[in-house]
Design a protein around this ligand. Structure first.
Ligand code: S3P
Length: 176
């Protein structure tokens, strides 16, 4: 029997929430929602532009509104922005009703992927040291996710299969 629970992917920028989330949603034949993309659609503006012209506080408020709207009203697989789980309302909603997966990588891998990325304003303005610090702080928060997926040295397919296995086990147990 298929579980009715949504799957929510959290983790740092560059952790593969969108690509892995999409692969998982295809395998499970569920809808996929990339919240960053939904934020961009809402304002018809790229995230870097929103940060630049309206500022981070505005972005975080919009992120809260859109993330909660999608989590409460849609079913399927969700990829959240890297900072979304910091928000207590989003965090409570994710932990209350969903299967949450933290895609965990070594800091070095993440920094190599995101540094100087113009489409990621937080990464673009930070030094390596600042990013290491951010990853450490955020890791304490991401660790509240129901499942921690150690991704280092695994392919996208291996990561996807690991998540599918967890989901199948969960579904089998909750249908007993
Ligand atoms: C952010 C991560 C980004 C995006 C915004 C802020 C963050 O999403 O929401 O640039 O604070 O970590 P991704 O994690 O999808 O890159």
């Amino acid at each position: 029997m298929k579980s009715k629970k949504n799957l929510v992917f959290i983790g740092m920028m560059g952790s593969g929430k969108t690509s892995i989330g999409l692969l998982v949603s295809k395998k499970l034949k569920l809808n996929f929602f990339d919240i960053d993309a939904e934020i961009e659609k809402e304002l018809d503006m790229k995230i870097s532009k929103i940060f630049q012209s309206k500022g981070e506080i505005f972005f975080r408020k919009l992120e809260e509104k859109i993330t909660l709207k999608f989590l409460k009203n849609e079913n399927g697989v969700f990829s959240l922005g890297g900072g979304a789980f910091n928000n207590e309302y989003i965090q409570n909603e994710v932990l209350k009703n969903n299967l949450s997966f933290w895609l965990k990588w070594d800091s070095k891998t993440l920094i190599n992927r995101i540094k100087n990325s113009e489409k990621r304003p937080i990464a673009f303005k930070s030094t390596d040291e600042e990013l290491i610090d951010l990853i450490k702080k955020r890791s304490n928060i991401y660790a509240k996710a129901l499942y921690k997926i150690n991704c280092e040295n695994k392919t996208k397919l291996e990561i996807t299969n690991k998540i599918l296995k967890i989901y199948e086990t969960y579904s089998a147990e909750s249908s007993d």
